[in-house]
Ligand binder design. Structure first.
Ligand code: NAI
Length: 336
């Protein structure tokens, strides 16, 4: 079996991925570059390709199909960056790599705690030997209600962690699970009651900008918004306006609508052209990180193992219901 991996930066994932490929006799070709129409030809002769987060639109899917690609395996969970519908029409199978949900849930907790206890301001003051106390009062978790949007694998672990801290948890999901023991609420009610709102839905046409100006208008003053899912769940301009007007007390963003051109590269010497991101980073009550909630050694090992398992199953023509990605409508039908 031959697989070609794009966006294969020789960083943390390589040792895990290479170990499994070697053990199972998979021939691995790779490039650090993200897939584009210009470098699609690198996949020629490889029926299986593996990608990360870069946009693979209809034109690129068509080019891969022309080159004989039969499967696109995503080394991550969300697949909103791939034109799944077009791929399916062309007979290309798509897989994702669900992995331990704890990495993202833990990271979400960290962001929430840092925000509620004003850790960004505390660290900034300490760097300047400013050890004063005014202006950095926090809140106690056990007095807060957290609204969890999306109660799939990550949302549930996060909800459980929050309960452990004594928080009241309200949940919202398109497909609520009555057996989950979670207290589900309609979205307006959740917005009205939650002190913290944490997003764990996939990015779809339906969820894009689910946090917009109207949603923010219905939220509690001072609400903390945490997004470790996908940037475009939040209308960033509306978020900034909410922060500016003090309706939103704080925001923690591991993902950002326009992250594709920015994240995962060293831009410390560059002038960032994206004024919206610059503005967010400059706000003392905003924490921005670069889509790294997944970055644990357990998750990287897991991703490599699941990706290689997908490749082998697909290669043998076996079904892989947990990792095969269907077109969005089909996915909804499966769940309802
Ligand atoms: P999952 O598929 O287990 O759960 C997603 C949940 O969202 C499901 O319960 C589903 O019913 C619900 N949902 C779907 N459409 C909805 C809608 N219109 N309204 C409300 N709920 C809806 O996925 P999992 O594993 O929990 O991951 C969630 C998301 O986390 C991924 O889609 C991905 O975008 C993001 N993620 C971020 C990472 C990071 O490093 N920051 C790493 C891994 C995942």
């Amino acid at each position: 079996m031959k697989v070609f991996a794009y966006s294969y930066r020789k960083f943390d994932e390589a040792p895990y991925f290479e170990k499994y490929c070697k053990e199972l006799g998979i021939e691995l070709g790779y490039t650090e570059e993200d897939p584009t129409l210009e470098n699609a030809h690198l996949a020629a002769g490889y029926p299986y390709i593996s990608i990360l987060l870069t946009r693979v639109d209809a034109a690129l899917v068509e080019e891969f199909a022309r080159l004989g690609v039969k499967m696109i395996s995503n080394r991550l969970i969300g697949v909103d960056h791939v034109d799944v519908k077009r791929a399916k029409e062309l007979g290309i199978r798509i897989s994702n790599a669900p992995y331990s949900s704890n990495c993202v849930a833990d990271y979400t907790l960290m962001l929430m705690l840092m925000s509620i206890r004003r850790m960004r301001q505390i660290l900034r003051r300490n760097e300047m030997n400013d050890f004063t106390l005014p202006g950095i009062q926090g809140m106690e978790m056990a007095n807060l209600t957290v609204g969890v949007l999306g109660t799939g694998k990550i949302g549930r672990v996060f909800a459980e962690i929050c309960r452990g801290f004594g928080m009241r948890v309200l949940a919202y999901d398109k497909f609520p699970d009555p057996g989950s023991g979670l207290c589900y609420a309609a979205l307006p009610e959740l917005f009205h009651q939650a002190d913290v709102i944490s997003l764990h839905c996939p990015l779809t046409d339906e969820t894009q900008h689910m946090i917009d100006a109207a949603a923010i208008a219905g939220m509690k003053p001072g609400v903390v918004i945490v997004n470790t899912s996908r940037g475009a769940l939040v209308d960033t301009e509306a978020l900034i306006e909410g922060l500016r007007s003090r309706k939103i007390g704080a925001a923690c963003l591991d993902v950002y609508e326009e992250e594709a051109e920015l994240f995962y590269e060293d831009r410390s010497e560059a002038i960032i052209e994206d004024d919206t991101l610059v503005r967010l980073i400059a706000m003392p009550n905003v924490i921005v990180s670069s889509h790294q909630a997944f970055l644990t050694k357990e998750a990287l090992n897991n991703i490599a193992a699941v990706t290689v398992d997908n490749l082998l199953k697909f290669g043998r023509g076996e079904p892989s219901p947990d990792t095969e990605v269907c077109a969005p409508k089909e996915q909804d039908q499966r769940r309802s």
